[in-house]
Write a protein that binds this ligand. Structure first.
Ligand code: ADP
Ligand code: MG
Length: 708
């Protein structure tokens, strides 16, 4: 093993990745060129080249100590899946050889019957296929012992061809966005751009706590979040954790994490303490959404692994602790051309920048029209605990653009009656359209969807979610609105000049969609009222948000753009709903078990001890022990309440469990089980505050959030 401690970033960067440079070393120039062409065009790889790539990959991986390979894929969970096969093979003479063919590289067959498929794949037809995604580089993953597994990023589909994963629709959405934006660029006179790619930089928030504390908390182990816990004396009110000096123990963890990520070719760039105690953030440099999505999975996995090594536990849940900030995954998104232009970059004169104006308005229009889908893309039972909390983006979808852009839009809108005037504005620059200062566009941190100078930052996405879901939606809605813009241009330039047509479209888009623009404080009560007045989409829970996947409008959008079929969407809906139910069921059972088996026995024991003590005191003098008696009475009434509420929770679970209809069942979990859980938590947290610390069966919030 190399001595990473002493190596520079440059030495270790992408050491475990089958990079272009490695390919060139291990493959013939012809094969390398052919592969790059296939990647650029998105074609199928000819068998002969696949064989050569496979052989090169094997040689490289084996030299690096890898013994196995795996098709690495992203089923419809938030996680990745892998099944290892060793390179071992037996030749005709019975000799053991190391083999890896183009066929094994390109396509794999997985018995996929245990992955969620939402009814697409019947159990009798359990075959699933994994297909190599050569646009995302292969890499080596190592276990503790150091033995490596060559991981080949793949898409996962059913025998019948339906997508069973998140990568397939993501790749489809990238293609359609590329096609539609190129078409618009051509209409606007751009002849040079050959490809545009949506890029994303995902800021990953997480908590670190002591492993020993984690192991003592069944709620964290099973549910990923605390289900009980009275607030500690100090939370985040003094903002003394945000950007604060990173403690040594955490700094060591971050150092180690960075190295592991760099080895995997992940550009871990920014690290800092976040708002809540024990909360931190890591951001890589942005890259194409497909690669960024794969890499974000590796970031999450590596965080957990490295934490373990440091006797820490990494919590990726959206709301591990009540009362302090939850964790998100800010999805910074823009579109970059192969000529190096960011299409969301306003440039020095935004008013003359037709591409910028059309693109930013296309995104705004998409977010307005498909707000329900945007909201859906950030939905999960976990994120329900975070969204709408007073520190997280609310569940109302709106767009922040900053005062400069907003007033520029206003001016353009007013000029609508005289199109020539608008045309002049756009052509000649607009007094109300000053240079957009970056800091001026990002002073608002409360918006769920903010334009931050040259990219959109979608802040609703939950920390444990795959980046695929949100980016499929962003790519698709933008492709759709861009196509409509192109259609309109094509139609209108038959009778009018391009400048005029574009001006008119810009004004129409502003008029139609500026209701979704809001620069104020999204956490305020007034905003909810204002949003209602504007008729904006609002859903405060995931179950309702998922419903849009069955909406004919959304089905049409996905089918028109070739992202997912009605059947694939229905299966996703079913999986989301089912997953919601399972999540709450696990939480409810964990709560019940903790209450019955840990909390009630502990507080009863504590009460018994106090009672014995009181009895002794009263033997001396019947007037003694007034305080003890008071505490015993308070404790006892809370114990009674806790027992009753535990029973109520059990009844709620029983009631929900027997419901046959998947959606009704999930609704019962949301409406009855969650309510019973919240009530039980109230009693237990009150008990915690009056129980002697050493009698409490597991670490408190204070212990976990302020550890050494
Ligand atoms: P913040 O102030 O919100 O922390 P940063 O400027 O540090 O924002 O960027 C956060 C993330 O956004 C990083 O991952 C960064 O690489 C990414 N990012 C920067 N520019 C772009 C862009 N044009 N498109 C997509 N992501 C970007
Ligand atoms: Mg940010």
């Amino acid at each position: 093993m190399a001595d990473y401690e002493r190596m520079s970033i440059k030495d270790i960067f992408a050491e475990e990745v089958f990079t272009d440079e490695v390919m060139r070393r291990y493959m013939s120039e012809d094969a390398y060129r052919a592969l790059k062409d296939v990647i650029a065009r998105g074609d199928e790889l000819p068998r002969s080249i696949a064989d050569e790539v496979a052989s090169a990959m094997k040689t490289w991986a084996v030299e690096k100590g890898a013994t196995h390979y795996t098709h690495w894929f992203q089923p419809l969970t938030e996680y990745t899946a892998e099944k290892h096969d060793s390179f071992i093979s037996v030749d005709k003479e019975g000799k053991v050889i190391l083999d890896f063919s183009g066929k094994s590289l390109s396509k794999g067959e997985a018995d996929a019957s245990s992955f969620p498929s939402g009814g697409i794949r019947a159990t009798f037809e359990a075959r699933g296929y994994t297909v190599w995604d050569c646009s995302s580089p292969a890499f080596i993953k190592r276990s503790k012992g150091g033995a490596g597994v060559l991981c080949i990023p793949t898409a996962f589909c059913a025998y019948t061809g339906e997508a069973l994963d998140k990568k397939t629709p993501l790749l489809r959405s990238m293609n359609v966005l590329n096609r539609e934006v190129l078409r618009l660029l051509r209409l606007l006179g751009d002849k040079d751009t050959k490809k545009v790619t949506p890029v994303v930089g995902g800021e990953q928030e997480y908590f670190l706590i002591d492993k020993n504390h984690y192991m003592q908390r069944e709620d964290l182990k099973y549910a990923g979040r605390t289900l009980f816990g009275a607030p500690p004396a100090k939370g985040q009110e003094k903002s003394d954790q945000y950007y604060a000096t990173i403690r040594d123990r955490v700094a060591y963890f971050m150092e180690d994490l960075n190295k592991e990520l760099w080895k995997l070719g992940i550009t871990a760039k920014t690290e800092h303490n976040e708002v809540a105690p024990a909360q931190h953030e890591l951001a890589p440099i942005y890259s194409g959404v497909n690669i960024a999505t794969d890499q974000n999975q590796l970031i999450m996995e590596t965080m957990k692994k490295v934490a373990e090594k440091h006797d820490l536990a990494c919590l990726l849940h959206e709301k591990p602790f009540n009362g302090v900030n939850g964790s998100g995954k800010h999805n910074n998104w823009s579109i970059i051309s192969d000529t190096g232009v960011n299409l969301l970059e306003p440039g020095s004169n935004p008013a003359e920048n037709r591409i910028f104006l059309l693109m930013i308005l296309a995104v705004i229009a998409g977010v307005d029209e498909y707000a329900d889908l945007v909201r859906m893309s950030a939905s999960s039972a976990g994120n329900d605990n975070r969204l709408g909390g007073n520190e997280a983006p609310p569940s109302i979808v709106s767009v922040f653009v900053g005062d400069d852009l907003e007033s520029a839009f206003e001016t353009l809108k007013e000029g609508r009656s005289a199109v020539t005037k608008v045309k002049e504005y756009i052509k000649m620059g607009l007094p109300a359209f000053p240079k957009l200062k970056k800091d001026n566009t990002d002073r608002n941190r409360t918006s769920p969807f903010a334009f931050t100078g040259n990219k959109f930052e979608f802040r609703m996405v939950g920390s444990s979610a795959s980046l695929a879901t949100s980016n499929i939606v962003l790519n698709t809605i933008t492709a759709e609105t861009v196509r409509r813009i192109s259609d309109e241009i094509e139609e209108k330039i038959k009778t009018n000049d391009l400048d005029h047509v574009v001006s008119e479209i810009i004004v129409d888009l502003i008029k139609k969609h500026d209701r979704v623009i809001y620069n104020g404080n999204n956490y305020s009560k007034e905003w909810i009222e204002e949003a209602k007045r504007r008729g904006l989409h609002m859903t405060n829970n995931s179950l309702d948000a998922y419903k849009c996947l069955l909406d004919p409008e959304i089905v049409g959008l996905y089918e028109r753009n070739g992202i997912l079929t009605e059947k694939e969407l229905a299966s996703r809906y079913e999986i989301f709903v089912d997953n919601y139910t399972k999540t709450i069921n696990i939480e409810a059972l964990a709560m019940r078990n903790i209450a019955r088996k840990q909390i009630l026995p502990a507080v009863m024991r504590s009460e018994g001890k106090m009672a014995a003590y009181l009895k002794d005191l009263r033997k001396i003098d019947a007037n003694l022990g007034k305080a003890e008696e008071k505490i015993i009475r308070e404790t006892d009434s809370l114990i009674v309440e806790t027992e009753i509420r535990t029973t109520e929770l059990e009844r709620a679970i029983d009631k929900a469990k027997i419901i046959g209809d998947t959606v009704k069942k999930a609704e019962c979990y949301r409406d009855c089980v969650l309510t019973a859980m919240n009530k039980l938590r109230e009693s237990v947290d009150a008990l915690e505050l009056i129980t002697e610390k050493k009698e409490w069966p597991f670490p408190s919030y204070g212990d976990m959030l302020f550890y050494e």
